[in-house]
Design a protein around this ligand. Structure first.
Ligand code: NDP
Ligand code: MG
Length: 396
């Protein structure tokens, strides 16, 4: 293809969105922003539009659209501003788009990400919640449409890099024994257990190695992020939950490993900067400059590993339980977690109550088979209601 590839960035104003635009801007001959979307950070979206001159922008409501449209038109830009979920789905599946970065956080990203998959796009998946919620349906849609699904999550991108180039499905067929999913352990890896109930949102969001959005930062602190990633790995690589082992590796230099039956273990290493997996997924199977500096092993000096402590990180156990249960359990786990994390960020609950809420929701709500998108959305809704009942009962 001689013309630049046209890229839709769903969630352009977020941490992954901005890193994606940074990589795109380094290669104007290869990539061009086609559509950019934002939700609350609309001044940032305006700045990004003025810089990248996309064909479309998407905002949440008509008032915001009028305002952005007026500014962009006055600046002489041809950008059309669209509105809401329908606008997101339109720019995700637009016939002129080559690749879609799915970087909206949470369940809000499900429909637009699926729209990109159903249109058979090259889909760069950061929005792990979409896959966790609708795994079987999502992967069926990938197979049906011929979409090329490339993982952005650093761990899954690492695993993808450690599997054979022509890997399609079936770990056993290519001699894989286990997937080793690394985790930093987050900011509370060594905090005394009795202090965990009192940690603040600021402490939870201060990740030692990665700079990320607030929701995923809290998920990393509780290790629910690793739980969601375990489920994500099962869908992406056709693995059983028991084949995925979580390894705490505080330096975040090894991004994950694949253990083969002959005793070989392949790992991908690099500085913790999301521009590496983003650049790999954008250019795959080629490699391009991402702006990330070379890894200096002498300054890293040592690599440590430890097993996760389930008493400290009950969310990891809950996620494994949901992965094993299957059906709508992962969607309910995700929904309960989204409600609980939002309540924690608003200081309505304690950090340790995130796991209590999810535990109760998973125990009270019966998991069912998920055969349609509506059944996924129904499970999501029921779990959110159950989590809100917990909050109401506790007077939060
Ligand atoms: P951020 O919170 O930084 O960004 C989220 C993006 O989604 C923003 O553009 C935000 O818009 C938009 N958004 C939020 N809610 C809605 C909604 N209801 N409708 C439409 N758009 C919405 O998150 P991250 O970039 O950190 O994470 C994005 C995704 O990538 C998550 O699923 C996360 O798990 C995953 N991921 C992130 C990593 C990281 O290093 N950051 C690593 C691996 C995975 P606005 O900002 O304008 O409100
Ligand atoms: Mg990750």
């Amino acid at each position: 293809m001689n013309r630049p590839q046209r890229i839709t960035v769903l969630g352009a104003t977020g941490s992954i969105g901005l890193s994606t635009l940074d990589v795109i801007a380094r290669h104007p001959e290869r990539y061009q922003a086609f559509a950019l979307t934002g939700f609350t950070r609309l001044a940032e979206l305006e700045r990004l539009c003025l810089h990248h001159r996309p064909r479309f922008a998407v905002v949440p409501d008509a008032g915001a659209a009028r305002q952005l449209q007026t500014t962009l038109s006055a600046a002489g830009l041809p950008t059309r501003v669209l509105v809401g979920e329908q606008g997101l789905c339109e720019v995700a599946g637009h016939p002129d788009v080559d690749a879609v970065m799915a970087a909206i956080v949470g369940a809000a990203g499900l429909k637009p990400t699926l729209a990109a998959v159903e249109a058979g796009k090259r889909v760069l998946l950061a929005n792990k919640e979409a896959l966790v919620m609708s795994g079987a349906l999502f992967m069926q849609a990938v197979r049906r449409s011929g979409a090329v699904l490339l993982p952005i999550d650093s761990e899954h991108n690492a695993i993808f890099q450690c599997l054979p180039q022509d890997y399609v499905r079936g770990l056993g067929a290519v001699g894989v024994r286990r997937i080793l999913l690394t985790a930093s352990g987050g900011p509370f890896r060594e905090t005394p257990l009795e202090r965990l109930p009192d940690v603040s949102p600021e402490q939870a969001c201060a990740h030692p190695n990665w700079s990320m959005g607030r929701k995923i930062s809290v998920d990393s602190a509780s290790m629910m992020n690793k739980g969601l990633e375990l489920i994500e790995a099962c869908w992406l690589f056709d693995a059983r939950p028991a084949q995925v082992e979580v390894v705490i590796h505080p330096q975040s230099v090894i991004h994950s490993l694949v253990d083969y039956v002959d005793g070989s273990v392949l790992a991908q290493l690099g500085n913790p900067d999301m521009r590496t997996p983003i650049a790999y997924a954008l250019a795959w199977p080629e490699r391009i400059d991402s702006g990330v500096s070379a890894l200096d092993l002498f300054s890293v000096a040592r690599l440590d590993f430890q097993a996760p402590d389930e008493q400290r990180f009950p969310c990891l156990r809950l996620a494994r339980q949901a992965a094993e249960e299957g059906g709508s359990a992962p969607a309910m786990l995700n929904a309960a977690n989204e409600v609980a994390v939002a309540a924690f960020l608003e200081r309505r609950i304690r950090f340790t109550e995130i796991a209590s809420i999810i535990d109760e929701v998973l125990n009270r709500e019966v998991s069912a088979a998920v055969e349609t998108l509506d059944s996924v959305l129904e499970a999501d809704r029921r779990a959110r209601e159950a989590a809100c009942r917990w909050l109401a009962r506790a007077g939060r």
